[in-house]
Design a protein around this ligand. Structure first.
Ligand code: BDR
Ligand code: CA
Length: 312
């Protein structure tokens, strides 16, 4: 199995991403670390512990990360994810505690100890990843790829130009895109195609295990924000699970390689990912940008992953 570290800010779609990642024996999650984003850092950490408790995976080491972005005040998305960050289902209280060490130390320890280069899978603001990369340059060679949810080649979802995760900590994102490590960017271009419809939620609800029931309830809540007609969506975009879907079944996606930079100073464009789609500069390719998705195949994969919990 491919060793991965999930750095997340649960968050409904982050929680579903964790659930999918832990369902498959193709992936070996070495640790879960939490970032501040969808909710305050205490809540995202608490939520990661609740999800792992629900999954009976208290063997996975968890550590909390940076409490705010590198150079800015924290912005949260409680309008999307609610007061707890995971409003909707009833989740158990954590039956285990996070480690005393920081997210950055835990990532370093696991990367150093892994015989196989590790894939980092961030699904929140990139603060922890940037701090890890700048603190431990000697470990860059042990990271095989960063598969991140963030950015967009086209329009943003938090500002006209910026996607939420990159907007929250553009300085961190800038460092990550400049680090020289291969990046797969699951941006809004593809995650807005990863829409889960009402009938898909009903299909998930019928899977006979408590994990699928919880996912259906997470989706019920996640739908509320995305029903606003301004988005023009039929369903709710499952942003973060695109990272795991790409790791499990890359053939569901199409992509192109190019240079991507992060705008940290623009008047209107702070946090924008500038995607050189047409190779208008001679800047070297640093990113594989996902561009299209087989939506039906994506939903089938989610159902397959959730069905794996039947044996528990
Ligand atoms: C991203 O922002 C968060 O609200 C989601 O969890 C996802 O990671 C989408 O822009
Ligand atoms: Ca997220």
């Amino acid at each position: 199995p491919r060793p991965i570290i999930l750095d997340c800010d649960p968050g409904h779609d982050d929680a579903i991403s964790l659930i999918l990642a832990l369902s498959s024996n193709q992936l070996a999650p070495l640790a879960v670390t939490t970032s501040a984003g969808n909710q305050t850092p205490d809540k995202t950490l608490h939520n990661a512990l609740r999800v792992l408790t629900m999954l009976n995976r208290t063997d996975i080491p968890v550590a909390g990360g940076a409490v705010k972005p590198l150079a800015r005040e924290l912005i949260i998305a409680d309008n999307v994810h609610g007061e707890s960050g995971l409003d909707g289902p009833e989740l158990p209280e954590p039956s285990f505690a996070p480690l005393a060490q920081s997210a950055i130390e835990l990532i370093a320890e696991k990367v150093r100890a892994s015989a196989i280069p590790v894939t980092l899978v961030p699904s929140g603001p990139l603060t922890n990843i940037a701090l890890f990369l700048s603190t431990y340059p000697e470990l860059h060679c042990k990271i095989s790829r960063i598969v991140l949810m963030g950015g967009a080649a086209a329009a943003g979802n938090w500002t006209p130009a910026a996607e939420f995760n990159i907007f929250v900590d553009p300085e961190a994102a800038d460092m990550v895109f400049k680090a020289g490590i291969p990046i797969t960017m699951c941006g809004l271009d593809v995650t807005h195609q990863a829409q889960i419809m009402d009938e898909d939620i009903e299909r998930i609800r019928k899977i006979p295990n408590h994990v699928a029931k919880c996912v259906a309830e997470l989706l019920d809540f996640f739908m509320i924000y995305h029903r606003d007609p301004k988005w023009g969506f039929e369903g709710a975009p499952l942003h973060d699970p695109c990272t795991i879907a790409w790791l499990l079944k890359p053939e569901l996606f199409t992509s192109y390689d190019c240079w991507v930079g992060v705008e940290t100073k623009g008047e209107y464009t702070q946090g924008m990912t500038v995607v050189d789609r047409y190779q208008l500069t001679d800047r070297p390719h640093n990113t594989q940008v996902l561009s299209d998705l087989d939506r039906e195949g994506f939903v089938d994969l989610i159902v397959e992953c959730l069905t794996a919990y039947n044996q528990d």
